[in-house]
Design a protein around this ligand. Structure first.
Ligand SMILES: Cc1cc2nc3c(=O)[nH]c(=O)nc-3n(C[C@H](O)[C@H](O)[C@H](O)COP(=O)(O)OP(=O)(O)OC[C@H]3O[C@@H](n4cnc5c(N)ncnc54)[C@H](O)[C@@H]3O)c2cc1C
Length: 492
């Protein structure tokens, strides 16, 4: 057999150029990490997929300076309503219309191909990143220092190999990297077939509304989502034995849409049957191989969190990879990736599964658990919607919730993340003297120091002098006194 051509050496090889791989490439590119992206297809995925992302996702796009480009391509969601088969309101889940603690709205509607285009175009800014589309990874052999990735250029048929210190499989639900790693999949029990239909309205239909609506109709559960522009989405449960091809046929799609829409109202853009699964991989790292996104977790889409979870993965992973590659941390830092992320994504998936159950059965507890309220209830219960990271990286005192630090506007008018850029920060009260060792320590770790009266308020509310916020913005530790502050600095 002809020996494979060599395609160079890289710090990181990302397999898969979906939203998760493209975001990781932007994060690594922004930090100047030599990165190769391999993607089997020539163009981005064309079937209907994500329509919602949250404030944390927008904060991540802000980190790579793409949030303002994305903003005009989004629509702020007013929330979600649950109605019964007769249209009676069962529950209401309004979403705030002002920017919240993360500095962004909590729920954006968008069109996944728009996002993927912005992420891909954004890579042009980073000379450290090279992208090879139409190149399918077929094998990976890894050792203690890195991995050889074999791939086929599908245009020419040429077989090549690339060497990378780390390989990240962002290669979706049927991940080759996961199979090569031998990672297991913990099945969380939800498997249902749904038909997903995107239409483009030909004429205004304000009566459809901007709210997402869950039609809790046991005979045929369905979801309506207002997209951006004239795009509207229906997701409709399929019955056992219904044939996918027959259900995707336009005449059948129009029959299913009849309660809401007629053919002269809209043009069918796409209709596709999906089987929604719920699973979390066990073993997100094997030596120099790692997994992110759909490659290591799958969720039904009822909370709109599948891609968002993948974005959190790469936010968590990117700065840790950089630390290890630059020799600032041992490789074991990468073990905190799964231990922190897996419980977090599992909590979201379990909630989405319960919501799926609600849409099928009208069991209102599941929706109340995510903050929806029954029409007569006084206050929404939002707490369970913000899981914490699992155990992992710890610095100083660990009493603060392992959630994202807020992003306030600082005294000089800049938002926190714009002030620090894409790197970690030590948030320190203005009345606390900086330890003598701190400037060198912060400079050698490229960690920003933030001392600002606005941050003081948050630190005081939490009864701490300082908090450590790595580049993924999740708090990893705090200090209540000088000794703990020393510990915090040592762990940065
Ligand atoms: C109907 C539907 C609605 C959804 N709604 C939402 C929502 O509202 N909000 C949300 O957050 N999420 C939602 N999701 C989930 C979201 O679309 C996915 O989680 C997201 O696309 C996963 O991104 P990824 O980059 O991990 O994987 P993918 O987008 O699947 O990308 C993987 C890439 O890897 C490439 N690849 C695979 N194997 C190889 C190989 N061997 N070599 C090279 N390349 C390879 C593939 O071609 C592909 O481009 C929805 C999904 C569906 C189906």
């Amino acid at each position: 057999m002809e020996s494979a051509r060599r395609a160079g050496k890289h710090a990181v090889c990302i397999i898969g150029y979906g939203p998760v791989g493209a975001t990781l490439a932007n994060l690594l590119g922004a930090r100047g990490i030599p990165t190769l992206v391999l993607e089997r297809e020539t163009a981005a995925h064309h079937l209907p997929r994500a329509v919602h992302f949250d404030d944390e996702a927008m904060r991540l796009f802000q980190a790579v300076d793409l949030a303002e480009t994305l903003l005009p391509l989004t629509h702020v969601s007013p929330g979600m309503r649950f109605v019964d088969a007769g249209g009676k309101l069962l529950m209401d889940w309004p979403r705030p219309q002002d920017r919240g603690a993360q500095g962004w709205h909590v729920s954006y509607r968008f069109h996944q191909p728009d996002l993927e285009r912005v992420l891909r175009d954004g890579l042009a800014r980073w000379p450290a990143v090279s992208v090879r589309t139409c190149c399918e990874a077929t094998d990976i052999v890894h050792d203690a220092e890195g991995a050889n990735v074999t791939f086929t250029d599908r245009r020419t048929g040429a077989v090549e190999t690339a060497r990378a210190e780390f390989v990240v499989g962002c290669d979706g639900a049927r991940s080759l990297v996961r199979r090569i790693m031998g990672a297991g999949l913990d099945d969380l029990g939800f498997h249902e077939r749904w038909l997903v239909v995107d239409v483009l309205l030909r004429r205004p239909r304000p009566d459809l509304g901007d709210w997402s609506i869950q039609f809790c109709n046991p005979a045929r559960p369905a979801t309506y989502v207002r997209g951006t522009g004239t795009r509207r989405r229906w997701e409709i449960a399929l019955h056992e034995g219904e044939d996918a091809a027959a259900m995707e046929a336009p005449e059948q799609v129009w029959r299913l849409l009849a309660p809401w829409l007629r053919p002269d109202d809209a043009e069918l853009e796409r209709a596709a049957c999906y089987t929604f699964h719920s699973a979390v991989a066990t073993g997100w790292r094997s030596g120099r191989l790692l997994l992110a996104g759909d490659a290591c977790h799958l969720t039904p889409p009822f909370l709109g969190q599948g891609m968002c979870a993948g974005l959190r993965d790469v936010a968590n992973l990117a700065w840790k990879l950089e630390r290890v590659l630059r020799g600032l941390a041992p490789e074991t830092l990468l073990d905190t990736y799964e231990s922190e992320r897996a419980p977090h994504v599992r909590a979201y998936i379990e909630l989405a599964v319960r919501l799926g159950g609600l849409i099928n059965t009208k069991a209102i507890d599941a929706a109340l658990a995510v903050g929806a309220r029954a029409p007569e209830a006084e206050a929404p219960r939002m707490a369970s919607l913000a899981p914490q990271l699992g155990s992992g990286l710890a610095a100083g005192w660990n009493g603060l919730p392992r959630r994202p630090a807020p992003q306030p506007t600082l005294q000089d008018g800049r938002r926190l993340d714009d002030a620090i850029g894409y790197r970690g920060a030590l948030l320190l009260r203005t009345d606390v003297p900086l330890p003598a060792s701190a400037p060198d320590r912060l400079a050698s770790r490229d960690v920003a120091l933030v001392q600002d009266p606005v941050i003081d308020a948050w630190l005081r509310d939490n009864a701490v002098l300082a908090a450590a916020m790595p580049a993924d913005r999740y708090v990893r530790g705090a200090a209540r006194d000088a000794a703990e502050l020393d510990g915090l600095l040592a762990a940065l």
